[in-house]
Ligand binder design. Structure first.
Ligand code: GCB
Length: 595
């Protein structure tokens, strides 16, 4: 009992510590604000031995007197693109793990009664931000946004912005020491200077009630705790225009009735223009409305049972051997998912950029988004837990208005233990503190064949905390078939919906080989594996979705085979050069048959 009290205290203390040193939470819908882009070429210094901070290179000093000298300069050196990972920009940086400094100058128009914020879509993995020679913020976590207010620190002309970025893997990080994807470092997403009014609409959450199709729930929060300010929500197409008064927290929480909403679905991804305005601010975006819930072993979308025809991809463009960061990249990734006949994407294994999320919604994909709690996480470490909590909160806050988002994923492949359970429970609570409507899931790799009962089973009581249970199972690849696929019956998570969140095997595109030899690395064997797995799926009574692993071959230092892999995970249905393998056609046929 006492131990519990201490650990709760520790969590509170560590989260206090982090909220002080971390950058601030981001405002909702940054893309709908008044923006100045800071993307482009930035000056860069590769700081392998981490000397820059001690030498205060962020001061950007130049020799003035005759005896002055400085052994660094940001000018006339390396230039790196922002947004982008650094690994794909120079051959020497392919495997680089360490610190790189980024710097640039910018001017800002300082208007009276306006505030200015620096916004970073993502910096991988940790960073410190320095403006005009002073550290103004830090952030940890490579896949979520953050912002720092600079209203008082910024000048009209010639601001010097330096960002110290570090992607060293550490045991207390998320993900930790080893993971099956490339450890891309850098300022990997958009950087903006955001201008807002003095009192602005900081956050809003507008969506359909979890079950009712005619009730919209809305929360709006101003940047200041000002009572009695009018806030108006408009949805012109639905003839809604309602005005409310803020409470003493500067918030409104309300619900209103709507008639004849066309609900968003993969077949008809209808979005409505929504306008939120206050006495001093106004923000618009497109929002969709839908209901998603679970009853027994079924998932219901807009009151109808749903089968998830899903696929996963990493945030990577294989042809470019670099991280995806633009709308054009999102078009490439999502068009291939569409061609496969999918209605859902599992954004593996971390929150991907907003271009992908927003375009997916427009194109009619449901989404599963997760934070990189990927094996090997230090569940006993309270600081890691606080970091994970912050990370999942940043993810939920960014995407909570996206009706496409159906699942918050809290973990991938974890082993049962008390610290694990408490850690994951804490993450679920953090999600639910913001959003009680999405489905909570996690992927497990614990399914095994019970020889006595002759069925596949799984024992992890934690699944009761989840709305939908997800299982990664590599039959025919990491696991030999204990019985033939047509006898492979599952008794897993009975009473709950189950998704096969990963299955598959590797094949080198174009390789012809024995269709029954795993190590042939052939498209033929991969096709057999798919046929067998699709057969097995018929014997999983509560199966409500599948997600082959994975859409494209992807880069991973996990993969050593000199000919077949060469640093690539070859489980893609599509090769690194964009060619479809035989298994792609089988999966396409399977998905096309499911209505
Ligand atoms: C898994 C992981 C995924 C890997 C995959 C593989 O279970 O969740 O991240 O890439 O297996 O290819 O082994």
């Amino acid at each position: 009992m006492q131990l519990k009290v201490y650990s709760v205290l520790l969590i509170i203390l560590t989260s206090l510590f982090y909220s002080d040193t971390y950058a601030q939470e981001t405002m909702a819908n940054v893309y709908g604000r008044s923006l100045q882009s800071l993307n482009g070429k930035w000056d860069a210094i590769v700081d392998l031995y981490a000397q820059g901070r001690g030498n205060k290179i962020y001061l950007n000093k130049k020799p003035e007197g005759k005896t002055d000298f400085y052994e660094y300069s940001f000018e006339n050196g390396l230039r790196l693109n922002v947004p982008s990972d650094w690994n794909s920009q120079l051959p020497e940086l392919k495997y680089y793990e360490g610190t790189i400094w980024y710097a640039r100058k910018f001017d800002a128009s300082k208007e009276t009664n306006k505030r200015l914020f620096l916004y970073f879509g993502a910096v991988s993995y940790r960073c410190r931000i320095y403006l005009n020679g002073k550290e103004i913020g830090q952030h940890e976590g490579g896949f979520t946004p953050f912002q720092i207010e600079i209203t008082n620190a910024v000048k009209e002309k010639d601001n010097f912005l330096a960002v110290e970025v570090n992607n060293t893997r550490t045991v207390d990080a998320i993900p930790a020491m080893a993971f099956d994807w490339w450890n891309y470092g850098g300022i990997t997403r958009d950087v903006f200077l955001v201008t807002t009014p003095q009192v602005f609409i900081e956050d809003y959450f507008i969506q359909l009630d979890k079950y009712k199709s005619n009730k919209i729930d809305a929360r709006v929060k101003l940047s200041e705790k000002i009572a009695n300010t009018s806030v108006t929500i408009e949805i012109p197409e639905l003839k809604i225009k309602q005005t409310f008064k803020t409470d003493h927290n500067g918030e409104i929480k309300t619900s209103f009735t709507v008639n004849k909403v066309t609900r968003w679905s993969p077949q008809s991804p209808k979005l409505y223009d929504v306008i939120v305005s206050s006495e001093s601010d106004k923000i618009e975006e497109k929002i969709g409305f839908r209901n998603i819930w679970v009853k027994g072993e079924n998932i219901y979308l807009n009151d109808r049972p749903l089968f998830l025809k899903a696929i996963s991809f990493h945030e990577e463009i294989p042809q470019r051997k670099g991280r995806a960061f633009s709308e054009a990249d999102a078009v490439m990734l999502l068009s291939e998912a569409k061609a496969l006949g999918c209605n859902m994407i599992r954004l593996a294994h971390y929150p991907q950029n907003e271009y992908t999320v927003r375009l997916a919604e427009k194109m009619g994909f449901l989404l599963w988004e997760e934070i990189p709690i990927w094996q090997g996480i230090d569940f006993k470490n309270e600081e890691t837990k606080a970091k994970a909590g912050k990370m999942i909160q940043e993810m939920v806050m960014r995407d909570k208005n996206r009706c496409a988002l159906a699942f918050w994923g809290v973990a991938n492949e974890t082993q049962p233990s008390e610290p694990r359970n408490q850690f994951l429970k804490y993450l679920i609570d953090r999600c639910k503190a913001i959003d009680t409507t999405r489905l909570i899931t996690a992927a497990f790799d614990l399914v095994r064949f019970d020889r006595d009962k002759q069925v596949f089973v799984m024992n992890d009581p934690f699944i009761k905390e989840l709305d939908v249970v997800a299982v990664n199972k590599y039959m025919g690849w990491y696991h030999q078939w204990p019985v033939s696929p047509e006898k492979a019956v599952w008794d897993v998570a009975k009473g709950q919906p189950l998704i096969i969140s990963e299955f598959g095997g590797e094949a080198l595109y174009g390789k012809i080989g024995d269709a029954h030899t795993v190590s042939s690395w052939s498209e033929d064997y991969q096709a057999t594996l798919y046929k067998d797995n699709l057969e097995m799926f018929k014997h999983i009574p509560n199966l409500r979705g599948t997600a082959p692993w994975i859409l494209f071959d992807f880069r991973s230092p996990f993969r050593f085979h000199p000919i077949n892999q060469e640093g690539w995970n070859r489980k893609g249905l599509i090769s690194d050069q964009g060619y479809r393998k035989k298994a792609w056609y089988l999966m396409k046929e399977y998905y096309d048959r499911i209505k």
